[in-house]
Design a protein around this ligand. Structure first.
Ligand code: GTP
Length: 438
């Protein structure tokens, strides 16, 4: 038993279409690409901005130190120190800058409440005051730097209670990252937008190419296959795909499909031919005859025309088989078929429906013509000498006939009637050799 194999592939509705998959891939590609560019650029901006902020903080601290040192050498005043710090603050947006004296400098020149608080609460300031090494640290929004002011030999003239190399104080700086980040982020977001638009354009072009040159031909091929499957018609079909084929693989697929259908069509034609023909005589077989009589009857009914069915059965055919062999019997059957076929009109049909039983369908033949034709058929067979391997064989046939619409209106009735009249003739012949109704 032949089983359908389509179940192997599952229900088609459970599978996504190629278009959807391609769209999904494109969507994911754009999403992932944008996210990757966004994350990478953010990390890059963050790193660059932090490095830049650290450098700026260090330069600013050195500038503050240089400013203070200069004003001290020129005979400083507290208001000038404040001005130096204020100038440094105004140079960088959002910067916080504090000066913190060491305890011995504070003891000598005084202190501010803010500086005291920082000295006491900030561990970083305490460490730098004692180590003399700058400290830098970062949090999410800010870069912090504590820069030491180390006493030089020339400072000792005023800073009488410290030694050279000791830390006189620190400048603490907190530089916000946001002002540095802003222009870079704007530049990068412009780049990301351009990349996203270009990517979208490229993917759209690719999508359209796929749709036009891959999906459409595939869908057309599928619809042709479905058409063949639905109608079972292999002949007179269109080519597998009308679409222009851009891809080699699709072209091969379409060509293979066409070649396969070509072969199947030929095989189908041969099978149909074989299934409708009698192997020995090449006449229509019983199956084809059933189809043929049904068709002719429908036509005769529709156009109100007559139709005659003749049934011929060879007389004592068994004797030929028994006397001359089966091959001789076959030769007789073939010759009779040939002879009858040659004498039919174009619209008539002839079939072999049994061992030595032949039928003829003659559309549009009236009663008078039928009687005459019946006599002609009988005569034709009786007058023909069939030569087989040096023997001369002669045959006769009993012929029965039935006329539509007078003898019946269905194939069964007509066949029964024609059979009955053929057997009646055969019976008469047996009772009285040489007899036979014209
Ligand atoms: N050679 C040959 N013989 C066949 C074929 N088919 C059937 N037969 C023989 O044809 C004969 C038909 O015999 P019947 O129709 O029964 O009898 P008959 O000898 O013709 O006698 P009546 O019909 O009574 O005149 C049988 O001997 C079958 O074996 C065939 O394809 N080739």
């Amino acid at each position: 038993m032949i089983q359908s194999r389509s179940h192997r592939y599952g229900a088609p509705r459970l599978r996504p279409s190629l278009t959807r998959v391609v769209l999904l891939i494109f969507g994911l590609t754009i999403g992932i690409l944008s996210l990757a560019i966004y994350l990478a650029s953010n990390a890059l901006i963050d790193r660059v901005v932090r490095d830049q902020a650290t450098k700026e903080a260090r330069i600013l601290s050195e500038l503050v130190f240089a400013g203070l040192y200069g004003s001290m050498r020129a005979g400083w005043s507290p208001s000038e120190i404040g001005a130096v710090v204020a100038r440094a603050r105004s140079g960088v947006e959002g910067a916080e800058i504090d000066l913190v004296r060491s305890e011995h400098v504070a003891a000598l020149f005084g202190d501010t409440a803010q500086a005291r608080r920082l000295r006491q609460t900030s561990p970083e300031i305490a460490r730098v005051l004692s180590s003399g090494k700058e400290e830098v640290w970062e949090d999410s929004e800010t870069v912090h730097l504590v820069y030491p002011f180390v006493a030089a030999a020339e400072c000792l003239g005023c800073h009488t209670n410290v030694a050279a190399g000791q830390v006189n104080g620190v400048v603490q700086m907190a530089l916000p990252l946001a002002p540095l980040k802003r222009p870079l982020s704007a530049a990068f977001s412009g780049v990301i937008q351009v990349v996203a638009v270009v990517t979208l354009l490229l993917l759209s072009v690719q999508f359209l190419i796929n749709r036009r040159f891959l999906v459409r031909p595939l869908m057309q091929l599928t619809s042709r296959i479905l058409h063949v499957q639905r109608t079972g018609t292999l002949a007179h079909r269109k080519p597998a795909v009308d679409e222009p084929l851009m891809f080699l693989e699709l072209q091969l697929l379409a060509q293979s499909f066409d070649a396969l259908l070509e072969k199947l069509s030929l095989a189908q034609d041969q099978l149909r031919e074989q299934s409708e023909r009698d192997d020995l005589t090449g006449l229509l077989n019983r199956r084809a005859f059933n189809h043929c009589i049904a068709l002719e009857l429908t036509r005769a009914k529709r156009y109100a025309r007559s139709l005659v069915l003749f049934v011929l059965d060879l007389d004592d055919f068994k004797i030929i088989n028994d006397s001359y062999g089966h091959a001789a019997g076959d030769a007789v059957l073939c010759r009779c078929a040939e002879l009858l076929e040659e004498n039919l009109r174009e619209n008539d049909s002839i079939a072999r429906i049994g061992g030595d039983e032949l039928v003829i369908l003659a559309p549009e033949m009236d009663q008078k013509g039928a009687v005459a034709f019946k006599g002609k058929l009988r005569q034709l067979l009786e007058q023909t000498e069939i030569l087989h391997e040096g023997s001369s064989l002669r045959v006769s046939a009993s012929v029965g006939m039935a006329l539509f619409p007078w003898d019946g209106e269905t194939p069964q009735r007509l066949l029964r009637r024609a059979d009955a009249s053929m057997y009646e003739e055969k019976r008469q012949k047996k009772l009285e050799p040489g007899a036979g109704t014209p």
